[in-house]
Design a protein around this ligand. Structure first.
Ligand SMILES: Nc1nc2c(ncn2[C@@H]2O[C@H](COP(=O)(O)OP(=O)(O)OP(=O)(O)O)[C@@H](O)[C@H]2O)c(=O)[nH]1
Ligand SMILES: [Mg+2]
Length: 479
């Protein structure tokens, strides 16, 4: 095993974030958790630690021993109290890791946590590797691999929707769906293998039609899941939303309005923003990187040219582009901008400064802009704030298609899962082909096995140490 230390060691780590907090938690897990803890935990009740009932909190002194010489030539061993804390014992298998776990809930001071962790190390623990608690939970069957990965996604989720999906996976929704599908393929495989064994007796275990139905159903489920991968990525990483348009249309004003702070400089001079300004925000539960850019125009100013160059680069990576137009400048002018590059399917056309128009002007301009763009344009004013909610809703529905709202199905947020599904899907395509063209059952069996194994990688029934090490190394120590 690539981990420094064996799987049977008792491990410890600080489980709470570094820094100040009401409570800090040091956690021990492994067979010797209690006997090791007994060396540095003194229950206030005076009872021995091994009599600690499971799953209850007990007040204790956490101590360390130190040798002092002072003035005397004979050294003495002193017991020093590090902190008073609550101690909880969670007996195997009813714990996070499935092992005996001791948690020490001390004051949330970084030095105290470190000293308690040191005391545990001195008493015979080994420092946990990143993700080792969760890895043990997986190895001890407390969760499947997709759930273990969801632990990390749950900790790291930055938006409400991202959190929802991570928690769905944490509950095991993905593992269940994938496991169910794998079972169906394995059942089919068993029938086909039986058919191979009994071929001389000419027993047709499953009709071809039935085989095709099972394969097609599996493939449909996988394709549906794969179609959610883009949404999943946006949920996990957040969407890049770029505000672009000609100078002075109000891009920086819009950034400020959406952020609700005066982040970017706004001025009536065209060409104010030279560099890109990127800020994180949450729109309706979705994480967004909002990017204000230099206005696009022909210019001889080398700094502005560089800014515009950066705008074009930002546009390439954008998930959504807010293409902003100025309602107060002559429409022919503003519509004529390098529109073809700014008005593809990722763009939302937005007409700003509508506070300067009367209702008739506004309707007619909105219509002309919508016709010009081939998408309905949204009217806003960063001054009065009107239309900003409509824009936010629009952003949300662009980034999160309806499927997330309506379906209980899984969303693929993880590249490893995605690649396993792609491989499973490819194998199924070949399997379907084999059935249709009447190839030998052996070919079909091989493809089915490949498809089922790829699904097994997602839940971790099929896995390697290398894959596990890679997954858990992304965790922090203590998780
Ligand atoms: N009336 C009105 N004026 C606005 C509105 N939004 C922005 N402005 C004004 O338009 C001018 C330009 O605004 P900015 O936000 O700096 O425009 P920009 O697109 O970032 O400009 P550059 O950085 O130069 O490309 C400023 O004087 C703003 O006060 C609006 O909704 N209504
Ligand atoms: Mg600007």
């Amino acid at each position: 095993m690539a981990y420094g230390g064996g799987p049977d060691d008792t491990i410890c780590a600080i489980a709470t974030p570094v820094g100040e907090g009401g409570i800090g938690i040091v956690r021990l897990s492994g067979t010797d958790s209690i006997s090791i803890s007994a060396r540095f935990i003194r229950l206030r009740s005076g009872l021995p630690l091994h009599s600690l009932p499971t799953h209850s909190l007990h007040l204790a002194d956490i101590v360390r021993t130190q040798t002092s010489c002072h003035s005397s030539p004979i050294s003495t061993v002193e017991v020093v109290v590090i902190d008073e804390a609550f101690v909880v014992f969670m007996k195997s298998p009813r714990s996070y890791t499935g092992e005996d776990v001791v948690e020490i809930h001390c004051h949330g001071n970084r030095r105290i946590c470190a000293m308690i962790c040191d005391a545990a190390l001195a008493a015979g623990c080994r420092l946990a590797q990143p993700g080792e608690f969760t890895k043990r939970a997986f190895l001890n069957g407390k969760m499947d691999l997709s759930q273990a990965e969801a632990v990390l996604d749950t900790i790291k989720a930055t938006s409400e929707e991202g959190l929802k999906v991570a928690q769905r996976h944490l509950r095991g929704d993905l593992g269940r769906e994938v496991g169910h599908l794998r079972e169906q393929l394995l059942t089919l495989l068993a029938h086909i293998e039986a058919g191979i064994d009994f071929v001389e007796e000419d027993i047709s275990f499953v009709e071809r039609k039935e085989q095709l139905e099972t394969l097609a159903h599996a493939q449909a489920v996988i394709i549906r899941a794969l179609n959610t991968a883009k949404t999943g990525r946006l949920l996990r990483e957040g969407a890049r939303v770029v505000i672009a348009g000609q100078p002075n249309v109000g891009k920086s004003s819009l950034l400020n309005a959406l952020l609700r702070e005066r982040r970017a400089i706004v001025s009536s001079l065209p060409g104010t923003t030279r560099d890109m300004i990127e800020e994180s925000m949450e729109v309706d539960g979705i994480q967004i990187s909002l990017i204000d850019t230099a206005g696009i125009r022909n210019t001889v100013d080398p700094i502005e040219q560089e800014g515009i160059h950066r705008t074009w680069n930002a546009l390439q990576d954008a998930d959504v582009i807010i293409t902003l137009f100025d309602a107060s400048s002559p429409p022919e002018e503003s519509f004529k901008m390098e529109a073809s590059s700014l008005l593809h399917e990722r763009a939302i056309p937005v007409l700003n400064k509508v506070d300067l128009l009367n209702p008739d002007q506004r309707m007619s301009l909105q219509k002309r802009l919508s016709d010009f763009c081939g998408h309905p344009a949204i009217c806003i004013s960063t001054v009065t704030g009107e239309g900003l909610d409509v824009l936010r809703n629009h952003l949300r529905s662009r980034i999160l298609p309806d499927l997330l709202e309506s379906s209980e199905g899984v969303i693929i947020t993880n590249v490893r899962h995605q690649s396993a599904l792609v491989r499973s899907n490819e194998a199924l395509t070949q399997a379907i082909d084999s059935v249709k063209s009447g190839r030998e059952a052996e070919c079909l069996a091989v493809d089915l096995r490949t498809a089922a194994d790829a699904l097994g990688e997602i839940t971790g029934v099929i896995t390697s140490d290398e894959v596990l090490d890679r997954i858990f190394s992304e965790f922090c120590i203590g998780k």
